[in-house]
Design a protein around this ligand. Structure first.
Ligand code: NI
Ligand code: MN
Length: 229
């Protein structure tokens, strides 16, 4: 089974797992890193790490248009349900067998207030074991934490982690995160979108590949990476 990871820009990700289409943190409107519009993605499931506008993004509009199910923490799902979208509420440490694979919510050191000031509960990341057996960790917005080692123990094929600094881990802590996660491949995200998160992706790739066994894939917005079966 083929699993394709797409980087849309900033923290907006796509996953095609067999016939299932997933979008993670569907921020298109107002996202300076992409020229795509929300009507150009066709997800069956929408995964949302936290309530900040650069992650929640166009989730409500896309979910309504597609009849897609939003997957997030119970607090975020309560808010989304109030907007009339289908949800599957979960919480940190919990996993569930979806048709595309086993999805578990992971901790994230961040916040999750919604754009209208509602309490979004805790932020999260996602650890997906696809139905084809690939392990993909999407950290969400987070600072470095030592329990990334436990996530790494699962044996990651791919990790997408923030390197932008200011709001999340910066390049130095993201390098330490790679050493804890030990993924086969890492894709840096959440950088260069704003002036406060400008980073040199190529320099980070060089450092990571000198100091670890992990390969760094630098994806430009719209580019995809295929995890081979
Ligand atoms: Ni955030
Ligand atoms: Mn963010």
């Amino acid at each position: 089974m083929k699993t394709t990871f797409t980087f849309y820009g900033h923290s907006t990700l796509g996953l095609a797992v067999g016939d299932f289409q997933l979008v993670v943190d569907p921020y298109f409107t107002g996202n300076s890193a992409t020229s795509m519009t929300p009507d150009q993605v066709h997800p069956d499931y929408i995964l949302i790490t936290h309530g900040h506008s650069d992650h929640l993004g166009d989730a409500v509009a896309i979910a309504k248009r597609r009849g897609a199910t939003c997957i997030a923490t119970s607090e975020l799902c309560r808010w989304l349900s109030g907007k009339g979208v289908k949800t599957h509420a979960m919480h940190i440490g919990g996993g569930f067998h979806f048709p595309f694979g086993y999805l578990k919510l992971t901790p994230a050191l961040h916040a999750s207030m919604l754009p209208d000031g509602s309490n979004g509960g805790s932020p999260s990341g996602f650890l997906l074991t696809t139905s084809g057996g690939k392990k993909i960790y999407m950290a969400g917005d987070t600072g470095l934490f030592g329990d990334m080692r436990l996530i790494g123990e699962e044996g990651l094929d791919l990790a997408a982690i923030p390197i932008g600094d200011n709001f999340t881990m910066g390049p130095d802590d993201a390098l330490r995160a790679v050493k804890l996660l030990t993924p086969k491949v890492v894709i840096p995200i959440h950088f260069n979108t704003y002036a406060s998160i400008q980073q040199d992706g190529q320099a980070w790739k060089t450092r990571v590949e000198q100091e670890t066994q992990t390969k760094v894939m630098l994806l430009r917005p719209g580019e995809s990476y295929v995890i081979e079966a």
